[in-house]
Write a protein that binds this ligand. Structure first.
Ligand code: CP3
Length: 341
């Protein structure tokens, strides 16, 4: 059994640096595109046997050190009463976005064991299929990133609608964030119970906030979700992008591992975070479009300053792009292992 990833999460020494990649399952793989011809993304997520198959695609194609369950951050919103679809060329759409305090009061507090039973079942089945080969990661969107989709109704550039509600209706905002944090915490806990060995909280868009706004409007809610997840006894990875200016606050909210993107040097992030937390990151996913020698130089520059610090997991700073070549992914995985040994 390959325990590199779990060892790194727990800040134990490893024989080589473990690597997995956000969005390692997806359209850049022909095996994924073949299934997508027959099923929509939500069908694939909600059919446990298909979710297992997609989860295993990258685990079978590459020498990666962890699998991540195939799901998405947005289906939890459906259980609260929001209507979600994925539109070609647009991305996720919420058809009845939250705009008023009354909308927030009307949201239900679903039990994820019921509303997300398909993903919990997929986790249990995947653990059986992996048979201990590599560990399985469960995940959830974080309260802020979920709130931004629920309020904006889809992807956003400046979060003007979400922030207007946050500043203008602070009580309703905190009520929404409390409902989301309870859902997220219970969902993560249930995933660990179902067999997830590590949990990752994706606060992908939190870098849109100033540190002061993060502290006031978000931190207590992320902290509540992480504290509940931690009761399951597994390591938690706390990931965000554009968080260079608020890393101490991200750490304060919780997590055994802090995930960072490429907009900060790993060595600088380590100095800010201190030695008592593990780290994950941070290659720009577009570096996979560079010639091999540039790719290897950038990967080496991430690994070198982490030598002598047990508790480092190599990852991209954000998800793989659909145009990425699988050959380049294989090259990166092999390089990280060989170079760090
Ligand atoms: O990492 C993995 O391999 C596990 C699966 C996973 C998906 N989404 C599958 C997916 C994970 C961890 C996510 C998380 C997710 N989803 C995030 C947080 C991570 C990040 O990237 O910041 C966010 C913001 C979402 C929301 C989301 N889902 C968007 C914006 C989109 C559309 C993107 C696009 O390119 O169209 C999705 C759809 C989605 N989720 C796809 C996959 C593989 C592509 C769907 C397809 O097959 O058409």
């Amino acid at each position: 059994m390959n325990t590199r990833f779990l060892d790194a999460c727990n800040q134990r020494p490893t024989d080589a640096v473990p690597i997995w990649m956000m969005r390692q399952a997806g359209r850049y793989m022909s095996e994924y595109r073949a299934l997508r011809k027959k099923y929509s993304i939500l069908e694939m997520i909600k059919t446990p046997e298909l979710a297992v198959e997609v989860t295993l695609q990258p685990a079978n194609a590459f020498d990666i050190d962890a699998a991540i369950i195939f799901a998405d951050i947005l289906p939890p919103l459906e259980g609260m009463g929001l209507e979600l679809t994925f539109e070609k060329g647009v991305g996720p759409v919420i058809h009845n976005p939250i705009r008023t305090p009354a909308d927030i009061a009307a949201l239900t507090q679903p039990d994820p064991r019921e509303s997300l039973s398909f993903t919990l079942k997929a986790i249990a089945l995947t653990r059986r299929e992996l048979a201990g080969r590599i560990p399985l990661i469960g995940f959830s969107g974080a309260p802020f990133t979920l709130a931004s989709y629920a309020i904006e109704g889809g992807s956003s550039r400046n979060y003007i609608i979400a922030k207007s509600l946050m500043y203008g209706e602070p009580q309703a905002w905190h009520a929404l964030m409390e409902k989301l944090s309870i859902l997220v915490g219970e969902y993560l806990f249930a995933q660990a119970e179902a067999g997830a060995q590590v949990l990752q909280l994706f606060d992908s868009w939190v870098g849109a906030l100033s540190p002061a706004d993060y502290r006031e409007y978000v931190l207590p809610h992320s902290a509540r979700a992480i504290a509940r997840a931690k009761e399951a006894g597994v390591p938690v990875i706390h990931f965000g992008t554009n968080t260079g200016g608020m890393l101490p606050l991200i750490k304060e909210a919780g997590g055994d591992v802090i995930g960072v993107d490429w907009r900060i040097e790993m060595a600088d992030a380590r100095k800010i975070l201190g030695a008592d937390v593990a780290m994950q990151g941070n290659l720009d996913p577009v570096t996979l479009f560079a010639p091999s020698e540039v790719l290897k130089r950038r990967a080496a520059a991430i690994i070198d300053p982490m030598r002598g610090h047990p508790g480092f997991i190599f990852n991209l700073g954000h998800g793989l792009h659909k145009e990425t070549s699988p050959e380049k992914v294989a090259e990166l995985v092999d390089f990280v292992h060989k170079y760090s040994k």
